[in-house]
Each structure stands twice: as C-alpha cells, then as structure tokens.
Ligand binder design. Structure first.
Ligand code: UD1
Ligand code: CA
Length: 453
C-alpha cells in the first residue's frame, strides 16, 4: 500500500484579515480553518502530518497540539521555502506528500482522495490540483504541453499576456513523491517578480528533468477557496452553512428557513425534527427525532432526546430528555439534566440541577444546585436560595412534592416525598414526608383602617 503524508502551510500572516489572530485560527463553521484542514488530512488517512508555522507560531502550535508535527519557518520567504522547513520531519518518509494550505476550510476529503488516487494512477512524480475559473486573476496559471502534461505554473505577477489568458489555475494543492520533492527544493532560487522561493517551480523543474507532472482538474471550485479577507471568511461560512443544512435536509430534517439557521458541522440531528427560524446549534449538540427546535433557540453542547419542543431557549452543556417542553425565555445552564416529560415554562433558569420525570416548572423560577424528584410541581416564582455569599448548597425536593408560589427554599434543605409548601414561604428547615411546611407572617386585617384619620 502506498503511503501518504501531508504538509500544511500555515506560516503566513494573513495581512488582509487585519487581525491579531493568525489567519488559520479564524473560524468557519465553529472550527478553526486549520482544524478543518487537519480533519481532512485525517479523513484521507495521512500517516504523517506536518504543519509549517511562523507568524504567531505559539498560538498556531497550541491549536495543533499533538495532532501533527510542527516545522518552524522563521521568515516567510515563499511557499517553496515553507515546504523546505518540513524536510527534517519527512526525511525518512517514502511515499507521496500532499501539500495543502491551512486557509482552505472548505476542502472535502472525497475530492482530495480522488485527486490522490488520480495522482497514483497516472504514475506522475508530481500532480497539481487545478480548477478552471471564469476569472483566474491572482492565481498561478497552469501551462501544459501538447501531451497535456504540466510544464510550469506561472504566477500572475510573472505571467505574459498570453499566459494571463489561461483559465486553468493552481489551487495550491499538490501530490509529490516525497524524495523528489525535497531533492528539487534544494535547487530553488528566488529570481522572480516577488523575490520568493516558489513551490510551483518544483513542478517546472521536475518537468525539465523529463519527469511526468500531471494536472488534475477539480469541478468543485468552492472547495479550494482560500481565505484571505473577512469578506471571504463570511463567504466560506455561508457556503459551509448551506452544505451542512443540505446534508441535514437530505437526511430527513425539516429546516423552515435555511437563511436564518446556523448549525455547526459537529451537530447531529435525527430525522423528522423541525428546525424553526433563528436557531443556532453548536458544538457537540445532538437532537433526537420528532423534535421542534426554535424559533430562537441557541444550544451549545446540549443533548436533546426525541419528541421534545424547545422555543426561545438558550441551553449549554446540559441534557434534555424525551417529550420535554421548554420555553419561551428559558436559560438551561451547565450540568443540568432534564428528565423525560418535564414542562418548563416562561422565564425559568435552571443550573447544575436534576429535574425528575414529569415535573413542572411553569413560570418565573430559579432552580440552582438542586435535585428535584419526579412528579414535582414548582409554583410560580420559586427560588432555590443556593448561595450564602461564600458557599453553594443543594436543595432537594423529593417525588410528588408541591411547592407553592413565591417560595424561597434556603439551601441546604430537603422537602420530603409528597410534602406541600405553602405559598410565600421561606423554607429554612426540612419538610417531612406528606407534611405541609409553611413559613410566613400571619395575615392581620385592620378594620376600617382606610377611613381612620
Ligand atoms: C499560491 C501559489 C499560486 C496559487 C495560489 C492558490 C505559489 C508561488 N503560488 O499563491 O500559484 O494559485 O497559492 O491559492 O506557491 N505560506 C507560508 N510561508 C510563506 C509563504 C506562504 O507558510 O513563506 C503559506 C501561506 O500562509 C498560505 C500559503 O502558503 O497558507 C499560500 O501562500 P500565499 O502567499 O497566499 O500564496 P499565493 O500568492 O496566493
Ligand atoms: Ca494568497
């Protein structure tokens, strides 16, 4: 089996982004551009990956972590010079090296795999992935001979008028025999319009040596889009967004208004769920089937079961079961677990709490650091008083208890099974099973108080 390595170029500054963040760390679809490229390299089974870093190297290195080797390019002297920096990492590698830019977040693994297979099939020592563009301005142009082999790649700034008319462009993605690549790199010079070591010259030099250099044309010109500016970043974002939504729709999810629906690549949604407008689904969010999500829902790392209905909800790092209704205007905070068939109504916040099966929190309530059993009814305006200014304590309300409206449950406190709490109580002591706990001032009526003068 032939072996594949990847060199990912990520040393450039990305001046046109006008950002303190290195270009490749800007996000598309909720992930750094460089992460998308690393993921694609994994998907095509690259045995070794080397990321060439330079500008803000520490930040890029930190993002890469243990996912790839790092090669340092201290000065950005051109794409050829960048690849040279990976020599030490790949000196013992015997196989094909694919060179990819770190700022191409829309790459698709299937297309790259096709390119690699084509490269192997032609037996070329090097292949370039090219595309035919109506407006090729700014790209390197592919010059071919009468046998259709690639003779050279000419940069816009170095091109003659005749070469500028060529519509086939260099995407900046190559497959090269690793040994040949590093041999030829030694001989590069920088006598060109930009005074840089051009990686593209490697292909011309291989051709001059009488070796076969192939050009493989891709039909998908969105895929190879390199991001240089914020405007292109937004374009890539919207292309990726549509791709993700198309996949979900193909898999049986209804999306009422793709223009106002934002779903990250990592999110999973089961069939027959309907997503209403103005919905954001992010991170490791998973949603079951037959749910209604939205309008105006934002979920980050939330696991939702089947048949659940969320509207006007912000939830993060929590779990919602089956047959649950939540909203409008609800905040579900981290470490919350909402069991099946729970109803949470308007203006409710739940944090670090478990809400048992079939319980109801219909209106205007804060539940924090609490364990609420099943079949519990929490009346309007109840508050778990979980914080004494220094420490947080838990509130426990056991199965089938009934908490009257406007109750403060001062933690640590437990309301036992089937107990009732009278409306307006501030409960500081445990309430025994089946008891009524009531803690409020007795009402006094002053007769004829209004008439008194
Ligand atoms: C390059 C190609 C051009 C192609 C285009 C596709 C060359 C000489 N030209 O041009 O034919 O059409 O890409 O987008 O290769 N980088 C480094 N270190 C450097 C220089 C660049 O890491 O010293 C990285 C950049 O961060 C970027 C990539 O290499 O990710 C491409 O560099 P860039 O300067 O954008 O190349 P282009 O001029 O666009
Ligand atoms: Ca560029």
């Amino acid at each position: 089996m032939s072996k594949l390595a990847a060199i990912i170029l990520a040393a450039g500054k990305g001046t046109r982004m006008k950002s303190k963040l290195p270009k490749v760390l800007h996000q598309v679809g909720g992930k750094a551009m460089l992460q998308h490229v690393l993921d694609v390299a994994d998907a095509i089974s690259c045995t070794k990956k080397v990321v060439v870093v330079g500008h803000e190297a520490e930040l890029v290195e930190a993002m890469v972590g243990s996912q790839a080797d790092i090669a340092m390019q201290k000065e950005q002297l051109g794409t050829g010079h960048a690849v040279m920096q990976a020599q030490a990492n790949l000196q013992d590698f015997d196989g094909t090296t694919m060179i990819i830019c770190g700022d191409t977040p829309l790459l698709e693994a299937t297309e790259l795999e096709k390119f690699y297979q084509e490269h192997l099939k032609t037996g070329a020592v090097a292949s370039v992935l090219s595309a035919v563009m109506a407006n090729p301005f700014g790209y390197g142009r592919i010059v071919r001979d009468e046998n259709n082999n690639v003779v050279a790649i000419v940069e816009e700034k170095d091109a003659t008028a005749e070469q500028k008319a060529i519509k086939e462009i260099n995407t900046g993605i190559y497959c090269v025999d690793n040994k040949a690549l590093f041999e030829v790199l030694q001989t590069l010079t920088c006598d060109n319009a930009q005074g840089e070591y051009y990686l593209t010259d490697v292909l011309a030099k291989l051709h001059v040596q009488g070796k076969k250099v192939a050009g493989v044309i891709t039909e998908d010109s969105d895929m190879i889009m390199g991001i240089n500016s914020r405007k292109q970043l937004a374009e890539a974002e919207s292309i990726m967004r549509i791709r993700i939504l198309d996949k979900l729709m193909d898999a049986g999810v209804t999306i009422m208004d793709p223009a106002s629906t934002f779903v990250e690549k990592t999110v999973v949604v089961a069939p027959d769920t309907v997503i209403y407008p103005y919905t954001w689904l992010e991170g490791n969010t998973t949603i079951g089937e037959d749910c209604q999500i939205g309008p105006n829902v934002r979920l980050t790392n939330v696991k939702v079961g089947n048949n659940t209905n969320l509207q006007f909800v912000y939830g993060h790092d929590c779990k919602v079961g089956n047959g649950v209704t939540v909203g409008p205007y609800v905040h579900l905070r981290p470490d919350t677990v909402i069991s099946d068939n729970v109803k949470i109504g308007n203006f409710v916040e739940v944090k670090n709490s478990n809400i048992g099966e079939g319980s109801k929190l219909p209106h205007l309530t804060y539940i924090g650091d609490s364990d609420i059993g099943s079949g519990v009814n929490i009346g309007c305006g109840c508050i778990s008083v979980n914080y004494d200014g220094k420490n947080k304590y838990r509130t426990v309300v056991k199965d089938n208890a009934f908490i009257g409206c406007n109750t403060n449950l001062v933690a640590p406190v437990t309301v036992e099974k089937g107990a009732y709490v009278g409306a307006g109580s501030t409960i500081t002591k445990d309430v025994p099973e089946n008891a009524l706990g009531i803690a409020r001032a007795k009402q006094k009526n002053l007769e004829d108080w209004v008439k008194k003068d």
